[in-house]
Design a protein. Structure first.
Length: 359
C-alpha cells in the first residue's frame, strides 16, 4: 500500500532502471543501499544523549549580532542527532519500499520508536525549540526543527504500508508528529513583520511532510495556498530571493529556500496540483531557480555577500537535489550543468537523484 506521493507506481520504474544498470539510477541505488546497510548498524538515538533530558534544546548557531558567523561554542548536538535519525530512517524506509526486505523497515521503526514514543528515550513533542542548551545562551530558532525533522516525517509516511508496524505504535508516532506540527500551523512573525523567507519555506515543507503521514489533506491544501501567497512576495521580477540575498551567506540561504520550495512543489505535483508552473504577478518558481542556476554557473559574478564559499558541510551544496527536480520538470539544461559543476550525480542528499531523476 502506498500514498500518492512516492507511490508504488513512482518507485517501481526506479527499481527496474537501477537493477538494469541504467545510470544515474544504478549508482544512486548503490548509494541508497550503502546508506541502508550502515543504518542497520545504527544504535538507537535520543535527544537525551545530549544530556538535556527529553526537551529539544539547542544554542543559536551564530555569534550574537553576526549573521552567518558560526559560534564555535554553541551546542548543536540535539540537531545533529535529529539529522542523523532523519537521514538514517529515510534511507532504511526507502530501502524497504524498493526491496521489500522487512529488516530495513524493522530497523527504521526501532529508531523511530526510540526517538518518538519509548518512555525512557523519547523527545517531548513540544513543537518548539525548548530553549538554549547552554545556560544564558541564545536559543536556536524553530527552523532547526523544520530542517532536521521533515525527512523523519517522510520516513514514517513511507513505512505506512508495512505490515509489521503495529497499530498502537503507529498511532503513538502519529500523535507525536501531530504534536510537533500543530504549533507551527500559524504564520510566523519577526519584529512585527510576517515572515516569508527561508524560515517559512522550511516550515511549509515540515508541515507538508507531516501532513502526508497524517493524511491531513486540509493541511496540505493550506500549505499549497500559503506557497502561492508568498511566491510573489519573496522574489523580484528577475527571480532574486531578496530576503536571502541581503544576508551574509546569500547563495547558501537562496539554495536552502529554493530546495524547500521545490520539494513542496514536487509533493503537490505528485498529488495532482501544479505549483511548478504557478504564475503570480509574473513571478514563478522557475524564474527563481533559473536565476540561482545562472549564477551558480558563473559564481564569480554573484553580486551579493558571501562570507564563505559553498560547501557540503555548511549546507549549500547539499541542496543540489532541487536541480534534479527542476530538470525532471523543465528539461536538463541548465540544471544538470549546475549539479555537474558543483558536485556530480548522483545527488545523495535525501536520495534526490534516485527519486526524481527524469527517465
Amino acid at each position: 500500500m502506498s500514498g500518492r506521493f512516492l507511490s508504488d507506481s513512482h518507485l517501481e520504474p526506479i527499481r527496474r532502471r537501477a537493477q538494469a544498470g541504467e545510470q544515474p539510477w544504478a549508482a544512486a541505488w548503490e548509494g541508497l543501499m550503502t546508506a541502508a546497510e550502515e543504518g542497520l548498524a545504527q544504535a538507537p538515538l535520543s535527544v537525551r544523549q545530549n544530556g538535556g533530558g527529553g526537551y529539544f534544546r539547542q544554542d543559536a548557531g551564530y555569534l550574537p549580532g553576526r549573521d552567518g558567523v558560526l559560534n564555535p561554542k554553541a551546542n548543536s548536538a540535539s540537531g545533529e542527532l535529529a539529522a542523523r535519525l532523519s537521514a538514517t530512517s529515510l534511507s532504511l524506509a526507502l530501502a524497504w519500499r524498493l526491496t521489500g526486505e522487512g529488516r530495513y523497515a524493522d530497523k527504521a521503526l526501532d529508531l523511530i520508536h526510540a526517538w518518538c514514543i519509548n518512555r525512557n528515550t523519547y523527545m517531548f513533542p513540544t513543537g518548539h525549540v525548548a530553549g538554549a542548551w547552554t545556560p544564558g545562551a541564545e536559543p536556536a530558532g524553530d527552523i532547526t526543527l523544520f530542517s532536521r525533522f521533515h525527512d523523519l516525517f517522510l520516513a514514517c509516511y513511507l513505512l505506512g504500508g508495512y505490515a509489521g508496524w503495529g497499530v498502537s505504535a503507529r498511532a503513538g508516532v502519529k500523535r507525536w508528529v501531530r504534536a510537533m506540527i500543530d504549533p507551527q500551523r500559524e504564520v510566523m512573525y519577526y519584529q512585527g513583520r510576517e515572515m516569508y523567507n527561508n524560515w517559512d519555506d522550511a516550515r511549509l515543507l515540515y508541515l507538508a511532510k507531516g501532513a502526508l503521514l497524517l493524511d491531513d489533506l486540509e493541511l496540505l491544501l493550506s500549505v499549497f495556498d500559503r506557497w502561492r501567497l508568498i511566491l510573489p512576495l519573496k522574489m523580484t521580477d528577475e527571480g532574486e530571493l531578496h530576503r536571502e540575498t541581503m544576508r551574509t551567506r546569500s547563495m547558501h540561504y537562496t539554495l536552502f529556500a529554493l530546495n524547500s520550495t521545490t520539494q513542496v512543489a514536487e509533493i503537490a505535483r505528485q498529488l495532482g496540483v501544479d505549483l511548478y508552473d504557478c504564475m503570480v504577478n509574473g513571478k514563478c518558481l522557475r524564474k527563481a531557480v533559473d536565476y540561482a542556476a545562472g549564477y551558480l554557473l558563473r559564481m564569480d559574478e554573484w553580486p551579493f555577500e558571501m562570507i564563505e564559499p559553498l560547501t557540503e558541510d555548511r549546507g549549500g551544496l547539499k541542496h543540489l537535489g532541487l536541480f534534479e527536480m527542476a530538470a525532471a520538470r523543465w528539461g536538463p539544461r541548465p540544471y544538470l550543468d549546475v549539479i555537474n559543476a558543483w558536485g556530480d550525480r548522483p545527488v545523495t542528499a535525501a536520495h534526490a537523484t534516485l527519486l526524481y531523476a527524469a527517465p
